[in-house]
Design a protein around this ligand. Structure first.
Ligand code: GAL
Length: 837
């Protein structure tokens, strides 16, 4: 039987047994993915299921659908599902089937990127650590042991999906699958074996007969029938490797990831909207936002090194599940505008012409349908003539014309409301009758400095850390004792591959060092004082998320590989300690005792609480903040460590790692090519102080918080914060097109609708309760900070109040008939700030 024939037989088999009526065939052609015989324009967004909780999934998916998405994309995280070879976990946040079914329940499709290499700022790129220890293995190349494991896991996931009828060919939501990830970015390093590996991966994937297409991203030589797709900040100039494949964009970045020690990246929505419109202008038909909801790297799941626990990504839905405005709303409008062009987009290729320097027109025209995109790629505004009509094109923007005549949206003109969401601090309310007598509300256990566990061992020389710990813990102790005839002042020189280290001399913290995301290595020269006789040197080396990207990323080492040198300040003598017999301990005693659950161990609560003491476990009981707003813990006052709420790890915390002072901007200019370093925020401030505690992990009254603090901090400074939505705002000018929703009625009325300002309360049960600011004329400023300009109508406030108060949403036309004209000949705008209750 040929492959095609067996595929058809399989499809028949699937469909006849499928529970749902929506069993469809997914194929593709030059223009688009074809679902049930119909080419489709599709918007997709990444939500990685373990980065939120199952309780959050339905709401996140609902908000994605409401934002105009058709598809949810996720990686599959191998190390989450198979932590020990042959032992699988698909529970809780790892319940992949539940996630896929939740997407299906909302009526959306799924793109399942099985990989099984993910990258994704996820620990070790998603690979389980045990894979590294398989004899003779080499990752991501033509290597039999690796290929056997990769095939086994990929087949396991495909089978699991098939058993639940989750492929669209079976009536399920999965329309697309990915094998590998961006291998083309690094394949040159693997030599000729790269090619045979990628060919193998392609035929391995297709041999699993999912009934839906497979993609490889950033893989120019992806063999047929695999579709090669684009990842990037812009993908308009991308073309697939054969004419028979559609132009798909699998990672369209909504922001960027955050690393401990770095400033917070931000990407303006005007630039994202521009990039998206350019992609569809240039023939694209499928686009996925990376990330649509970034979420949280709980536990030790973050990769890196140094990826923060927050994976907010500046995405349209924030880490806590609240829509980020105007990003979410403006992109929703972009989706609607492009969908208005769908008939033309799927029917033909665009004809692209130049309307001037850096100005392009793209026209999709067949028969009676016509849609056009006018793009100004320059950094200054322009006015162009297109089909005999004049159009103003703001710098770095695209106007979308679903009928080739009228502009329904310009990417630089935001009709969507913006919103202020903010954290309110709440003190940590202790449970009544809490366990301690010291009055602080906290109890503690000191983690021993140096070797304390029975499974320690000794070896001559310095060991690489990941090979030693197998990532069972972030921590590895390197201990040595040396005898000296006389005491001496010295400098201890330590070279480590990273990621951070603490040095204890005679059981006292003498100094620490840390690398960062771009350079994990640490070299320190620590002045120390040694005594005559026996001295102990205890070095605690730690990893902060394992490497997830790059050629041979799996072989990048960590830990104190040396040299470790003692330089005497008295006589300049040098003692190289590197090849001495060191004693090693993997992990902490408290980890073995299971202190993170809070229930075990001898917790001290009688005497004074130790503060600013390195290596201390702390525990308290608390009452959850009331209400249903998202909750975070503010770790200001603490150093570095990990925290658990009711036994669930909320991630590594590190509020003392401050970003460099320079390189941030308050007024980010979206015009011009974006780079992650372009629009940074919070320079000179901690990279992350707030850590998400999912509501579903909290009990109403009695909750346990446990911390392991490495460097020293004051836990009584810890507080809670809840996140809520404050004001909603909108600011539109007379030159904004009317809202996209009004397109049909507007066209019927012969383009009579003018600019309209719309406001809508974020929650369904709310109404607009007050108007904090309204100005028609030349107002300026940003949401929460609007100011009247020199020109202002005195009717604005009463008009807006009348139209909006008491309603869940309102629309106000910007018309001088109602507002009067406070300054003739001047371009006017309307700015409003409102509250909902
Ligand atoms: C890409 C990769 C993603 C993610 C992204 C950065 O190269 O495919 O998995 O790591 O970069 O967030």
């Amino acid at each position: 039987m040929t492959a095609l024939l067996s595929l058809l037989v399989l499809l028949f088999f699937f469909c006849s047994y499928a529970p749902s009526s929506f069993c469809a065939n997914v194929t593709y052609d030059h223009r688009a993915l074809v679902i049930d015989g119909k080419r489709r324009v599709l918007f997709s967004g990444s939500i990685h299921y373990p980065r939120s909780t199952p309780e959050m999934w339905p709401d996140l998916i609902h908000k994605s659908k409401d934002g105009g998405l058709d598809v949810i994309e996720t990686y599959v995280f191998w190390n989450l599902h198979e932590p020990v070879r042959g032992q699988y976990n698909f529970e809780g946040r790892g319940d992949l089937v539940r996630f896929v079914k939740a997407v299906a329940a909302a009526g959306l499709y799924v793109h399942l990127r099985i990989g099984p290499y993910a990258c994704a700022e996820w620990n070790y790129g998603g690979f389980p650590l045990w894979l590294h220890f398989i004899p003779g293995i080499q990752f991501r190349t033509d290597n039999e042991p690796f290929k056997a494991e990769m095939k086994r896991f990929t087949a396991k996931i495909v089978d699991m999906m098939k058993q639940q009828n989750l492929y669209t060919s079976q009536g399920g939501p999965i329309i697309l699958s990915q094998v590998e990830n961006e291998y083309g970015n690094i394949d040159a390093a693997y030599g000729p074996a790269a090619k045979s590996y990628i060919n193998w991966a392609a035929s391995m994937a297709t041999s699993l007969y999912t009934g839906v297409p497979w993609v490889m991203c950033q893989q120019t030589d992806a063999p047929d029938p695999i579709i090669n797709t684009c990842n990037g900040f812009y993908c308009d100039q991308f073309t697939p490797n054969t004419y028979a494949k559609p132009k798909l964009w699998t990672e369209s970045y909504t922001g960027w990831f955050l690393s401990f020690g770095d400033a917070v990246p931000h990407r303006p929505v005007e630039d994202i909207a521009f990039a998206v419109a350019r992609f569809f202008q240039w023939g694209g038909t499928f686009q996925n936002y990376y990330m649509y909801h970034g979420g949280t790297n709980f536990g030790r799941s973050s990769g890196g090194p140094f990826i923060s626990s927050s994976y907010d990504y500046d995405a349209p839905i924030d880490e806590y599940g609240i829509i980020r405005q105007p990003k979410w709303g403006h992109l929703k409008d972009v989706h609607k505008a492009i969908k208005l062009c769908e008939e033309a987009l799927i029917a033909t290729d665009p004809t692209i012409t130049s309307l001037g320097s850096n100005i392009e027109a793209a026209v999709y025209k067949t028969g009676a349908v016509c849609a056009a995109f006018l793009a100004n790629i320059a950094t200054s505004d322009a006015t162009v003539t297109f089909n005999g009509k004049s159009y103003h094109l703001p710098a770095w923007s695209v106007s979308i014309l679903p009928d080739c005549k009228n502009v329904v949206l310009n990417t630089a003109k935001i009709n969507s409301a913006s919103m202020i969401s903010s954290f309110t601090a709440e003190s940590l309310k202790e449970e009544v009758g809490s366990l301690d007598d010291s009055g602080s509300g906290w109890s503690w256990i000191s983690e021993p400095i140096g070797i304390s566990k029975a499974d320690s061992f000794s070896k001559f020389g310095l060991l690489e850390q990941i090979n030693t710990t197998a990532d069972r813990s972030d921590y590895l102790w390197y201990s040595l004792s040396i005898d000296l005839d006389a005491g001496t002042q010295a400098v201890l020189h330590i070279e480590s591959l990273g990621h951070a280290l603490h040095t204890f001399i005679n059981r006292k913290l003498a100094g620490s060092g840390t690398g960062n995301h771009d350079k994990a290595n640490v070299t320190v020269d620590i002045p120390i004082k040694l005594v005559a006789g026996k001295n102990t040197i205890d070095l605690l080396s730690l990893t902060v998320g394992l490497q997830n990207y790059g050629a041979f990323f799996d072989t990048w080492g960590a830990g104190i590989t040396g040299p470790v040198i003692l330089k005497s300040l008295k006589n300049g003598s040098i003692l190289d300690l590197s090849s001495q017999q060191w004693t090693y301990q993997v992990g902490l005693k408290g980890e073995d005792l299971g202190l993170s659950s809070g229930s075990s161990g001898q917790w001290n609560s009688q005497s004074t609480l130790p503060i600013n003491q390195p290596l201390t476990w702390y525990k308290t009981k608390f009452v959850a903040p009331s209400g249903s707003n998202p909750v975070a813990i503010d770790f200001t006052g603490m150093g570095k460590g990990e925290a658990w709420v009711n036994g669930q790890s909320i991630g590594r915390y590190w509020p003392t790692y401050v970003s460099p002072n320079g390189g941030c901007t308050d007024s980010c200019n979206y015009r011009g090519t974006y780079l992650p370093s372009k629009c940074l925020k919070d320079c000179g401030k901690p990279s992350q102080t707030l850590y998400h505690v999912p509501r579903s992990w909290l009990q109403p009254d009695s909750n346990t918080l446990v911390l392991f603090e490495e460097s020293g901090g004051n836990p009584t400074k810890i507080s809670f914060a809840t996140k809520q939505i404050g004001s909603i705002c909108s600011h539109v000018s007379e030159s904004h097109p009317p809202p996209v929703d009004l397109w049909n009625s507007d066209r019927e009325s012969g383009r009579k609708i003018g600019t309209v300002l719309s406001l809508e309360c974020p929650y369904p049960n709310q109404v607009i309760s007050s108007i904090k600011f309204a100005s028609f004329g030349t107002p300026y400023g940003t949401c929460g900070n609007f100011k009247h300009g020199r020109c202002t109508s005195n009717k604005a406030l009463s008009i807006v109040q009348k139209a909006c108060i008491g309603s869940s949403n309102c629309r106000i036309e910007l018309s001088i008939n109602s507002f009067g004209d406070p300054c003739k000949g001047v371009a006017k705008s309307l700015a409003v700030e409102a509250s909902c209750a």
